[in-house]
Design a protein around this ligand. Structure first.
Ligand SMILES: *Cc1c(COP(=O)(O)O)cnc(C)c1O
Length: 447
């Protein structure tokens, strides 16, 4: 089993200046400190408090446009369906809707969020290995663009449901191409042993069945081989080549294949690792699926949202033990779980320019949660930071707030959108009252 390519311990971490230079929305101002677009993070901390997620509307737009441009320049007819699970904040969805992006959703909640943000049902795809009858009913009622089927059992469920409602569901068959995307084991999805999709060997027979099942109209093939794919285009090319071959076989049998859904997964550089550009992905699609002449769909999540957010946190205290220096933040694994869950590396910047220019020494950056796993990084070169000093954890716009929990009875952090010189709270910090809301004692205990 391929584990993520380990970052060589010998290559030094990128410095603060390099981290900032590689992220167009960030700049360091001598007085105002670290800015997202034109807004000092210190100002947001003053008004909203910490921990707070801060999103850059400009970054979302820039990345949506870069992806559209890469696909258009490759001569592909393509539609982009942003994977809502990466960041489902309504303000984020609204910015992307205005860029003309559709949505890829995996739950009723995401479908409702996409619609509430103004994404038309005709641009929504429903993915996921366990859609409930209730969710399928909603998808049918909304008449969304496409439901991606992952199994025979699901096809039978949807067929019966659609037929009973007098509806026809446009469906794509999610194929598991059995390729190794060489990403983290917890986010690889295109191997035959993963729970996702239908084996490519069973696909032709099932697709032919879909065409005659009541209430279903097969419209294409879909795949999604994993997330945070940075190992190059080989796995994508292998998967897409298999899909193209399958599409050809289905077309030759007179079955309708109107488009190919290429999934998401494009990785981003969290540290300074080489990561493929959208042009490379467009090229991989062009060289494999291009010859079919069919329109394609893309479902990027992380690539759009990841670099568009930071997690702004305060230092609670700096703790020195005989062997280590700990920076204890007011943000924790319940906010940003990626380091604990995927051993993920996130850039950490002091917000104050003076702090950023101070002498560095190794520090473990941790949260207050009662788990050793509540560690953002170990041995990171950082200045001495006093209680109340601000830090920004970078590239936290995707799989950040959406994966938060209230573990340790910690309220969900606030979310803020920055657009140029403006900023606004786009999700309130959860209150202590809201944390307890809905809980009650059983009647026999409550007198
Ligand atoms: C998670 C997911 C995506 C998005 O993945 P990213 O790595 O964020 O681009 C796209 N399609 C499906 C079916 C997914 O499950």
């Amino acid at each position: 089993m391929a584990s993520p390519l380990p970052l060589s311990a010998e290559t030094p971490d990128p410095g603060f200046a390099e981290l900032i230079a590689a992220r167009p929305a960030l700049s360091l101002h001598a007085q105002d400190g670290l800015l997202v677009e034109e807004v000092p993070l210190a100002r947001i901390a003053e008004v909203v408090g910490t921990p707070t997620w801060v999103y850059s509307a400009g970054t979302l737009r820039r990345r949506a446009r870069a992806l559209k441009r890469a696909l258009a320049e490759a001569g592909l007819r393509a539609s982009i369906h942003y994977a809502v699970k990466a960041n489902s904040n309504l303000a984020v969805l609204h910015v992307l809707a205005a860029e003309g992006l559709g949505a890829d959703v995996v739950s009723e909640g995401e479908l409702r969020a996409a619609r509430a943000a103004g994404i038309p049902a005709s641009a929504i795809v429903f993915s996921g290995v366990g859609k409930t009858e209730r969710e399928l009913r909603l998808a049918l009622a909304e008449d969304i663009a496409q439901i991606n089927l992952e199994s025979v059992e699901e096809a039978e469920m949807l067929s019966a449901l659609a037929a009973s409602l007098g509806r026809t569901a446009r469906v794509a068959l999610r194929v598991n191409p059995d390729v190794d995307a060489r990403t983290h084991a917890k986010i690889t999805t295109g191997r035959s042993e993963n729970k996702f999709g239908i084996g490519i060997d069973q696909a032709p027979a099932l697709y032919a069945r879909l065409a005659i099942m009541p209430g279903l109209a097969p419209v294409g093939l879909a795949t999604h081989i994993g997330s945070q794919i940075t190992s190059g285009m080989a796995a994508y090319r292998a998967a897409y080549a298999r899909l193209a071959e399958l599409a050809q076989e289905l077309l030759a049998r007179g079955l309708p294949v109107l488009h190919i859904d290429c999934g998401g997964g494009l990785g981003i550089p969290y540290r300074d690792e080489p990561a493929p550009l959208p042009e490379a992905l467009a090229g991989a699609i062009k060289s494999t699926i291009g010859p079919l002449g069919l329109p394609v769909m893309l479902e990027p999540g992380r690539w759009i949202a990841g670099p568009a957010g930071v997690l702004l946190a305060s230092v609670v205290l700096q703790k020195q033990t005989p062997s280590r220096r700990f920076l204890v933040l007011d943000a924790a694994m319940n906010d940003l779980i990626r380091p604990a869950m995927y051993e993920a590396w996130h850039g950490i910047l002091p917000v104050s320019a003076a702090a950023a220019a101070s002498p560095l020494s190794p520090a473990d950056v941790v949260g207050p949660v009662c788990e050793t796993g509540d560690t953002f990084t170990r041995g990171r070169a950082l200045p001495s930071l006093h209680p109340g000093a601000l830090v920004a954890l970078l590239d936290a716009g995707g799989y950040g707030a959406v994966m938060s929990s209230t573990y340790n009875m910690r309220p969900l952090a606030a979310e803020v959108m920055v657009d140029g010189a403006r900023f606004a709270v786009v999700r309130d910090r959860q209150s202590q009252e809201a944390l307890l809301a809905g809980q009650r004692l059983p009647p026999w205990e409550s007198d």
